[in-house]
Design a protein around this ligand. Structure first.
Ligand SMILES: [Zn+2]
Length: 388
């Protein structure tokens, strides 16, 4: 059945027949349409939280919005034993693998000066899954803790020793610029890459994104700093200047459609008016790489979802008015680049690692989340949801 699909595949604006041999793409021959399936590289998700996922059944926010979710998650941490963490992290990786994920970056909550248990459990999971899914860890520390002169240096040293990514949560903190400057100094000293949760709210005063851009420029860290969220760009009157500054600095931005649509402008008993997604089209037009991530999956921040980048792309296309053909890079090559991983390509001689979704074009392929999808690894196919 998959050989029928491979005989007429939509790839980069043309219909081709795909021949695989020895685990690689052996031939790509133009054929007459219509296509039977669309083709894309395996996906990369730059922003998930495997320490938090699959806790929604036991952890519900008492208050609406981001800070209610943070409080609920905090209380759930009493249940984060080694066995609990391992089971949920493994479930998240298995789910991503089944959906066609090749690599992902998971943030790990780092709330105290001491190294959290999830940090080491995640490292063991990364080793277990090596060769199937590449798992990067990013420390998610509060800016107040990481920017603290007494505690920041030890955290940065540990993250560097573990070959991981340094990150923190930045949102209208007191003394924000000075703390961020210390974080960048730590990154420069240790040669660390940075990943920020920044401006996850809809106040025009949330401008941490600009400070991060200025410091990226100052330290010459273009291509090594990733931001997530920047929701306030959706409503800031000076967003265009902030976007130009980010482009000049070489920042990349991950937009997280599920969590932002769920948490932004959330008030009990009132429908949301503002949707909280950073302006993807303007960012890309200015030269800022735009990435999409699943973010929270089945937890207090977002009780639905799955580790499925194609479903995230589908939602991003709907809510940001994008054409999927033009934005496949946001779940494939752009995150790989921003994470410092080999950039996947579909060409003769490349590994036969790709996803086929049935349909004559991308709008048909994404018409329903239930459209059959086939994940190929080294030329061997399995239907999504079936055992590899
Ligand atoms: Zn996040």
């Amino acid at each position: 059945m998959t050989s029928d699909l491979l005989s007429a595949v939509w790839l980069n604006g043309a219909v081709v027949s795909v021949t695989c041999a020895g685990g690689r793409i052996a031939r790509l021959d133009p054929v007459a349409g219509p296509a039977r399936a669309v083709m894309m590289p395996l996906a990369t998700d730059p922003h998930v939280h495997l320490d938090k996922c699959f806790t929604a059944h036991r952890c519900r926010a008492a208050k609406p919005g981001l800070f209610g979710a943070i409080e609920a998650m905090q209380s759930d941490k009493a249940l984060w034993t080694e066995a609990d963490l391992r089971a949920r992290i493994t479930r998240g990786l298995a789910e991503g693998y089944a959906h066609g994920v090749a690599a992902l970056r998971s943030h790990v909550d780092w709330g105290e000066p001491a190294v959290p248990l999830a940090w080491s459990v995640m490292a063991e999971a990364a080793a277990d899954w090596a060769g199937r899914v590449t798992l990067q860890r990013a420390a998610l520390v509060s800016l107040d803790l990481l920017g603290d002169v007494d505690h920041g240096p030890a955290i940065a040293a540990r993250v560097a020793a573990d070959g991981a990514v340094l990150g923190c949560f930045v949102y209208r903190n007191a003394d924000l610029a000075a703390k961020l400057a210390r974080v960048f100094r730590l990154a420069a000293d240790h040669g660390l890459w940075l990943d920020f949760h920044v401006d996850e709210g809809l106040e025009p005063e949330a401008t941490g994104f600009d400070d991060i851009a200025r410091l990226t420029l100052l330290h010459g860290m273009a291509g090594r700093v990733l931001c997530g969220h920047a929701c306030s760009l959706a409503i800031r009157p000076d967003a265009a200047q902030a976007i130009d500054l980010a482009a000049k600095a070489g920042l990349a931005l991950t937009i997280l459609p599920t969590t932002n649509l769920h948490l932004q402008d959330m008030t009990a008993g009132r429908s949301p008016r503002l949707r909280g997604l950073a302006p993807a089209q303007e960012l890309r037009a200015a030269g800022v790489p735009v990435l999409f991530g699943a973010d929270n999956v089945r937890d207090a921040f977002y009780p639905y979802g799955s580790h499925d980048p194609v479903e995230v792309l589908r939602l991003a296309c709907l809510t940001l008015h994008l054409s999927p053909d033009d934005w496949l890079d946001a779940i494939t090559t752009a995150p790989a680049q921003a994470m410092g991983l080999p950039v996947p390509r579909l060409a003769v001689g490349a590994p036969a690692d790709f996803i086929l979704i049935e349909g004559a074009d991308w709008t048909e392929a994404l018409s329903s989340p239930r459209t059959p999808r086939h994940v190929f690894r080294a030329g061997a196919a399995h239907l999504q949801g079936h055992a590899a």
